[in-house]
Design a binder for this molecule. Structure first.
Ligand code: HEM
Length: 148
């Protein structure tokens, strides 16, 4: 049995970060849909609060691991900026996390503080789906490595 190289360790951390990020997003989305379809507004508010709790403890740290391990992999593996799939990955991290924090998170905070306007629930659902779509697109680009 051979030891692990730094590159392999970083790749493991990077991919585990992606797994945790996408897994947490999908789980929160399913629980959100469950709360919304219950028709009970206190369940919806409680679920928005739980999603923010999970974001702070799991999703945000996981996306930071993806970013940091990805950047380190680039320098360790001598990958250049001429690799189109890397641009997709970088855009994916900032766009995915940006939508979560600035769109979905902001609307969830409004819902929890009781200052939400009409349509907030479906806008939150849209934000969750948009982040998952972005993360999945980046996932595909990283594995298929197009425009390399
Ligand atoms: C700052 C952003 C990112 C950078 C700099 C980056 C960089 C890298 C690098 C250099 C590799 C190693 C490729 C290899 O050795 O073949 C890699 C692999 C990988 N990345 Fe990223 N990445 C980023 C974001 C993402 C995102 C957002 C996802 C998915 C949501 C992702 C998913 C993956 C996967 C699944 C692999 C393994 C692919 C394979 O081994 O063929 N990465 N990444």
């Amino acid at each position: 049995m051979t030891g692990m190289t730094l590159y392999e360790f970083l790749l493991l951390a990077h991919v585990l970060g992606v797994v945790a990020w996408f897994g947490a997003s999908l789980t929160m989305f399913l629980l959100w849909r469950r709360a919304v379809s219950s028709g009970n507004s206190s369940d919806v508010v409680a679920q928005a609060e739980s999603a923010m709790w999970v974001d702070r403890r799991l999703t945000i740290p996981a996306s930071l691991v993806v970013l940091l391990a990805g950047g380190w992999l680039m320098s360790e593996g001598n990958w250049g900026m001429d690799q189109g799939w890397l641009h997709v990955g970088m855009t994916g991290v900032f766009l995915g996390a940006g939508i979560s924090l600035l769109w979905t998170g902001r609307l969830q905070r409004r819902l929890v503080s009781g200052t939400a306007a009409g349509g907030t629930v479906s806008r939150i659902t849209f934000g969750m789906l948009a982040t998952m779509g972005v993360v999945l697109f980046a996932f595909w680009a990283m594995v298929a490595k197009p425009w390399g």
